[in-house]
Design a protein around this ligand. Structure first.
Ligand SMILES: Nc1nc2c(c(=O)[nH]1)N[C@H]1C(S)=C(S)[C@@H](COP(=O)(O)O)O[C@H]1N2
Ligand SMILES: [Mo]
Length: 248
């Protein structure tokens, strides 16, 4: 733990000394989330640390096909920008997903190239922090496979992901990035991923709340620190008061 966040912890005076000790241990084990210094820092650190110790390898629940929600719940509106509509008009043939940062081989993939890679389909639950949720089948390439092609450096700690919607970006640690259920999705319920649900490409992170599943992704950046992105909290959602880590 840095001396600044430690001082903040003590200064708040609301944290029991056991939490401070737990945070110190968590930090040593690499179990502190990047938003640790924020208002929910200590509580979030305990949630994240506990999840990472207990469930690093566990799978999000997968459902049966007859449990798929009809219709699925699409939240928000697709981009109306001319550049997006132009790409949509040609079936997103010019859409690219760039992979850069701490990688041996920076790369960029079209949707077609991603579709040609070994795919995985899974029926999982997407839950919004606002209380609604739905179950859908998601099809895509494991993020681990996309990263593998670029060759992440050994010091990689996080994967940042950025949306065409510039106000939406987020990150996951390597445990979630390499998790077999974390997918770069291009399909939903047997068809292409509808634009309302993030088509042409969306990162599905089924072990966290819905807002971590960012739609319209265009870029992945492998990094050892989230500090140089935005306000350094690892996520646009975190900058609006949501937790960076939201394990379910
Ligand atoms: N680019 C982008 N990604 C996004 C959002 C958004 O508005 N823009 N909304 C998030 C939130 S808050 C939720 S709950 C889910 C909703 O997914 P759905 O539209 O497939 O229901 O997408 C997440 N990803
Ligand atoms: Mo949400």
């Amino acid at each position: 733990m840095s001396s600044i966040s430690r001082r903040k912890l003590i200064a708040t005076g609301i944290v029991a000394s056991s939490a401070v000790a737990a945070a110190r241990i968590a930090d040593r084990q690499g179990l502190l989330p990047p938003s640790f210094g924020g208002p929910f820092g200590p509580g979030e650190a305990l949630t994240y640390g506990a999840q990472r110790l207990l469930t690093r390898h566990s799978l999000a629940r997968e459902f049966r096909r007859d449990q798929i929600s009809q219709p699925p719940h699409a939240n928000g509106r697709p981009p109306k920008d001319e550049a997006f509509l132009r790409s949509q008009a040609i079936d997103f043939k010019d859409w690219r997903l760039a992979v850069d940062g701490l990688v041996a081989r920076p790369a960029s993939f079209s949707v077609e190239e991603l579709r040609a890679m070994p795919s995985r389909s899974q029926i999982t639950h997407l839950a919004c922090e606002e209380g609604w949720s739905f179950i859908a089948e998601w099809t895509g390439v494991p993020l681990a496979a996309v990263l593998e092609l670029a060759g992440p450096a050994p010091q990689a700690k996080y994967v940042m992901y950025f949306s065409f919607q510039r106000s939406w970006w987020d990150s996951v640690d390597m445990a979630d990035a390499l998790h077999p259920q974390t997918l770069v999705t291009y399909g939903m319920n047997g068809g292409s991923l509808p634009v309302g649900h993030g088509g042409p490409l969306r990162l599905r992170v089924p072990r966290q709340l819905g807002y971590k599943s960012v739609k319209y992704i265009t870029r992945l950046t492998v990094t050892d620190s989230v500090k140089s992105f935005g306000k350094g909290m690892g996520s646009s959602a975190a900058e609006h008061g949501y937790s960076w880590y939201n394990g379910i």
